[in-house]
Ligand binder design. Structure first.
Ligand SMILES: Nc1ncnc2c1ncn2[C@@H]1O[C@H](COP(=O)(O)OP(=O)(O)OP(=O)(O)O)[C@@H](O)[C@H]1O
Length: 220
């Protein structure tokens, strides 16, 4: 594993978020602080419903905190940052049903004008994740676990400064997990700040640091 640099690419300070509930607002995040440095891979565990996905939505600018601040590359996040700064594997995946898996993975490269060797880079990352033969298929023609790997490939292909992966092994068989862990580790080793939410103990084996979300706050 590479030694992490000291400059945090991703920071959160004092994040709070409550959601509407029939009994009154439900405070889910109660003051979350975290840093992830370039080249560092940090995992976050927490029981189901502890707020991991809610936290990730704030970190990538999909949602706004009630209070607190997120920065990516030193800039305050008040809407979703460019994908090359912060790329996401969300739990809902968000693949476009009208595009093949390869076209989905290529999309962030094409949208950012990063057009060099797109086909080769897409083929490489799909191959690394064991779905190289499925690039011409549409999401509706492959399993959910294969879709999940394509969504991870889409997040990783552009070498973003920050990569957020929410439950990247949730729908995978045991045989597919090492490739996903290998990719996440490789992406961190090439300088990306990687934050992974997970229930799987196996994922923590590739972490530089392991955190837990407990009672709305981060615990080491
Ligand atoms: N948009 C929303 N509206 C209302 N409640 C919400 C909303 N989003 C999340 N919640 C609530 O916030 C809590 C945390 O949800 P979240 O999905 O972040 O948990 P999680 O730790 O990711 O769970 P899991 O491990 O099962 O994916 C839950 O009680 C959930 O019902």
């Amino acid at each position: 594993m590479s030694a992490p640099s000291t400059q945090p690419e991703l920071t959160a300070r004092g994040l709070t978020r409550a959601f509407p509930h029939p009994d009154g607002p439900l405070p889910v995040l109660k003051g979350v602080d975290l840093d992830v440095a370039a080249g560092e891979l940090v995992t976050v565990s927490g029981r189901s419903g502890s707020g991991k996905s809610a936290l990730f939505a704030l970190l990538c600018g999909f949602d706004r905190p009630d209070s607190g601040t997120v920065t990516v590359r030193g800039r305050v996040v008040d809407s979703a940052p460019p994908w090359r700064d912060c790329a996401v594997l969300p739990q809902a995946l968000g693949l476009s049903a009208e595009l093949t898996l390869a076209e989905n993975v290529a999309l962030p490269l094409r949208l950012s004008g990063d057009s060099a060797d797109v086909d080769a880079r897409v083929a490489d990352v799909l191959g690394e994740l064991g779905i190289g033969a499925l690039g011409d298929r549409y999401p509706g023609e492959v399993s959910y676990g294969q879709q999940q790997r394509a969504a991870l490939a889409r997040a990783a292909v552009g070498r973003p400064a920050v990569l957020l992966a929410d439950e990247p092994t949730a729908h995978l068989d045991h045989g597919s997990i090492p490739a996903v862990l290998g990719l996440l580790r490789r992406v961190a080793d090439t300088g990306t700040a990687v934050l992974v939410a997970t229930h799987h103990d196996q994922v923590h084996t590739i972490a530089d640091r392991r955190l837990a979300l407990v009672e709305g706050r981060i615990a080491a």
